[in-house]
Design a protein around this ligand. Structure first.
Ligand code: ZN
Ligand code: ZN
Length: 363
């Protein structure tokens, strides 16, 4: 069974606007599904492909987009149970059989499928993906939560989720997020929901205000503070918080060299640094601080699909709010919106939403 009439916006050449393309009939292999896209978030990784020339694993032209939620409208022979289900498509879909997957490290699976990188992605009306590891969405959703909003769970929520899980954040901890936009703003909420005392650091006062409303006990504007002042403010907050955990849990979610410098500089005895944001640029660090402080630094490439249901549950329960952190735009605006994201002219995470046609049953 194939799906006809689908279209999307693809990257043809680095540095050029996305182009609309009619997709050929989407046929499903036995293990595949076709998802009618409800929403697809725009990530800075997409900008990396389109503007910075980071190579996609499948050669261009390619429809980008890896933060996808929607409804399964076609399914291969072995995936029939998914038909009609609302799902979140994991940004990284591991193979399940390779040595990394078998060793419990699915995020570094070399046979992984990432929509918008290994094949056409979600800046489209429909996308074909493997059915393994899809995350089912409970229905009906609570008021105020729509399927398209859940798209950002596929990366902006689950990537900090996994970093927080690996760091073992508990109610005894002080957690610090450097950069509290799309990714860090969700990290603040998750850490606060887990009981940690949370510090938000950013250069944007609007983002800091939002963080203060959604879980941050202390907000610091690093554009008007030097490293020494930041350290003193964090130390004071940690003392006041009464938390007894050994070492700060620091999350670099800005993906900027300046943010990475601040994050590394905040490490204390037994501290933990999670590298969540990405920048191709370099920073100069005294790496021996890790040794002298008996500290830990760790990165994570996305999140194992088996963590998605728990992260989704936090959102459904209202412990993590998505709506204040995102902005919905019609799929047709993809080229212009994408350009705005690349120029950092948007303040919220943008979700592209295909315009509905009549034969779709929607409330
Ligand atoms: Zn991403
Ligand atoms: Zn694998």
């Amino acid at each position: 069974m194939g799906i006809d009439g689908a279209y999307g916006y693809r990257l043809v050449r680095v540095g050029q606007p996305l182009e609309r393309v009619e997709l050929p009939s989407l046929e499903t292999g036995p293990e595949d599904v076709v998802v009618e896209v409800a929403g697809c978030g725009i990530c800075h990784t997409d900008v990396g492909f389109a503007v910075d020339g980071v190579p996609t694993r499948k050669a261009l032209p390619l429809v980008l987009g890896h933060e996808i939620s929607g409804r399964v409208v076609a399914a291969g022979g072995n995936a029939g149970s998914w038909l009609g289900r609302t799902v979140i498509v994991p940004a990284v879909i591991p193979c399940g059989g390779c040595p990394a997957c078998q060793a419990g490290r699915p995020t570094i699976c070399r046979n992984q499928f990432m929509p918008g990188n290994d094949g056409d992605g979600g800046f489209a009306t429909h996308v074909r993906v493997p059915s393994r590891h899809l995350c089912p969405v409970p229905e009906p959703l609570p008021p105020g939560l729509a399927t398209e909003l859940l798209s950002v769970i596929a990366d902006a929520v689950t990537t900090p989720w996994e970093a927080i899980r690996r760091a073992g954040v508990s109610p005894d901890d002080v957690a610090i997020f450097i950069g509290v936009g799309g990714v860090g703003g969700f990290g603040v909420q998750i850490a606060a929901a887990l009981g940690a005392a949370v510090v938000a650091i950013d250069i944007d006062s609007g983002k800091l205000e939002l963080a203060a409303q959604h879980g941050a006990g202390l907000t610091l504007n690093s554009s008007s503070m030097n490293e020494k002042d930041l350290k003193a403010a964090v130390r004071n907050f940690a003392k006041q918080s009464g938390r007894r955990g050994i070492g700060l849990k620091i999350f670099e979610t800005s993906g900027t060299p300046a943010g990475q410098q601040i994050a590394f500089g905040l490490l204390d005895f037994g501290g933990y640094l999670a590298v969540v944001g990405f920048t191709p640029r370099k920073v100069e660090l005294r790496l021996s601080n890790l040794m002298a402080l008996d500290a830990t630094a760790r990165g994570n490439w996305g999140c194992p699909p088996d963590q998605y249901p728990a992260a989704l549950d936090f959102v459904v329960q209202g412990r993590v709010a998505i709506a204040p952190y995102v902005e919905l735009r019609p799929l047709e605006d993809a080229p212009a919106v994408f350009d705005a994201v690349a120029r950092h002219a948007t303040t919220r995470r943008v979700i592209l939403k295909p315009v509905l046609n009549n034969n779709q049953e929607k409330p």
